[in-house]
Design a protein around this ligand. Structure first.
Ligand code: B12
Length: 211
């Protein structure tokens, strides 16, 4: 049953079992479940629960890191299934996790979705300084700069990038995402869009570029 496999996926993350996570991801794909679906309804539920256990002090950093590793394994399997799905190139995007922040699981999912939906994406990695977002966007003639931030302390980096674009009169559109970000935050810093998850990211970028 589909519900069971979603639960199995969540459990593989909660129990930090990378091998199980990869096996469940592959089995879900073999059963015809879409990569985004097993991610959103299974693995992401698991890592959210891990985050809650960490916050309430029931789980510690080494366990959180092992769960993150299991999540990375699942993401590799589902992202591979998204590869090569698109035919036309709709635009160029540079995307990274902001300076001071090493959370990159969500970013990897967003990149896979964008690629599968026809975008050329340069992955700038994590802990990316504001100046590097701008320099790479210029170098690559990007249409959009995407910034991921998972910490309330690193969200400010998104503001720096948006401000530089405005100060220098550059044409890049900006999209922000990550757990602490909201539409309100995007409005506050003057970003062009906020996306709640990977598929929303594709929708928002399509809309920004009139695709
Ligand atoms: C996994 C994890 C880690 C892993 C990260 C591994 C990795 N390679 O990414 C490790 C163990 C390294 C880690 C470390 C830390 N973490 Co941490 N971590 C998490 C956890 C549990 C899950 C994050 C995650 O992967 N979620 C799953 C993905 C799929 O979701 P997502 O990232 O939100 O991305 C989706 C959307 O947001 C959106 N999106 C994201 N980015 C973008 C960008 C664009 C452009 C678009 C369009 C969309 C988009 O699309 C994605 C896909 O749908 C969260 C809890 C949580 N609720 O988020 C805590 C959490 C973010 N961490 C937290 C903390 C405190 C830390 C540490 C400071 C812990 C410590 N004491 O050292 C360090 C900080 C390290 C650093 N400098 O960055 C806090 C942050 C609190 C705060 N308010 O700032 C959280 C909320 C946990 C908690 N509840 O306390 N962490």
């Amino acid at each position: 049953m589909a519900d069971d496999i979603y639960e199995e996926a969540a459990q593989a993350i909660i129990t930090s079992d990378r091998a199980a996570a990869e096996e469940v991801a592959q089995r879900a794909l073999d059963q015809g479940i879409a990569p985004g679906e097993i991610m959103a309804l299974g693995f992401v539920k698991g890592i959210q629960e891990v985050g809650e256990l960490f916050e309430s002090g029931e789980l510690f950093l080494p366990e959180l890191m092992m769960s993150a590793d299991a999540m990375a394994g699942a993401t590799e399997v589902t992202n591979a299934a998204l590869e090569g799905a698109a035919a036309e190139v709709k635009g160029r995007i540079v995307l990274g996790t902001v300076q001071g922040d090493v959370h990159d699981i969500g970013k990897a999912i967003v990149i896979a979705y964008l690629k599968a939906n026809g975008y050329e994406v340069s992955d700038l990695g994590r802990d990316v300084p504001a100046a590097s977002f701008i320099a790479r966007a210029k170098e690559e003639g990007a249409d959009v700069i995407g910034m991921s931030a998972l910490l309330t302390t690193t969200m400010e980096e998104q503001r720096k990038v948006v401000k530089t674009i405005k100060d220098e009169g550059l044409a890049f559109k900006t999209v922000v995402g990550g757990a602490p970000c909201t539409q309100r935050w995007a409005d506050q810093i003057g970003a062009d869009a906020y996306a709640e998850d990977a598929s929303d990211g594709v929708k928002k970028i399509d809309a920004l570029l009139g695709r």
